[in-house]
Design a protein around this ligand. Structure first.
Ligand SMILES: Cc1cc2nc3c(=O)[nH]c(=O)nc-3n(C[C@H](O)[C@H](O)[C@H](O)COP(=O)(O)O)c2cc1C
Length: 170
């Protein structure tokens, strides 16, 4: 296999190009053995496999939550509705207890599922891949669900550094 050429762009240009790809927004949540609740906002979520059911997301090596996500056996991917933009900001910025005042319930795996999430995936922490300045997490989905009336609820969308929502094209 040949090696990649040295990039002819700077990190700002790379970010600008990546940002054109519109994504949903998730909060990845977990609970440590000692009962501490941890969560981070992530837009890097994607599907991997239907059989077995696998999903992925990636976490910066600079994340303070890295040790917990590396070692915990389970986590939940919570897909946010547009009305949950405050949760998106909260789980990206707050230092300390991000769950203070946030309603949630334990899923079948015991991990926290955020009330009002459009959909959720309770994952076994199947594998991790160190790549550059992020770690790719592959989760094996043990349980998943969709919010009641989800088809009537607007999703939160992130694109070009801004928050949006979507409606049908036709
Ligand atoms: C819309 C949005 C998407 C984000 N996606 C990711 C992501 O996919 N991976 C990541 O590591 N950080 C992502 N972040 C940044 C983290 O949420 C943020 O750095 C957080 O404070 C990390 O928490 P920690 O350092 O306490 O672990 C995103 C932030 C926002 C606002």
């Amino acid at each position: 296999m040949t090696r990649a050429k040295t990039p002819n762009f700077d990190p700002t240009a790379f970010r600008a190009a990546l940002g054109q790809f519109a994504t949903g927004v998730t909060v990845i949540t977990t609970r440590t053995d000692s009962g501490q609740l941890i969560g981070i906002t992530a837009s890097s979520f994607n599907s991997v496999s239907l059989d077995p059911p696998l999903v992925l997301w990636s976490l910066s090596t600079r994340s303070a939550s890295m040790p917990v996500f590396r070692s915990n056996s389970h986590y939940v991917v919570n897909v946010l509705a547009a009305s949950q933009i405050d949760l998106c900001r909260r789980f990206a910025t707050v230092k300390g207890d991000r769950f203070a005042g946030v309603s949630h319930a334990a899923g079948d795996t015991g991990m926290p599922v955020l009330d009002g999430a459009l959909a959720w995936f309770e994952c076994h922490n199947r594998s991790r891949y160190d790549e550059g300045d992020h770690v790719i997490f592959v989760g094996e989905v043990e349980r998943c669900g969709v919010r009641e009336n989800a088809s009537e609820v607007a999703p939160l969308v992130f694109q070009a550094g801004g928050f949006h929502t979507i409606g049908p094209l036709e």
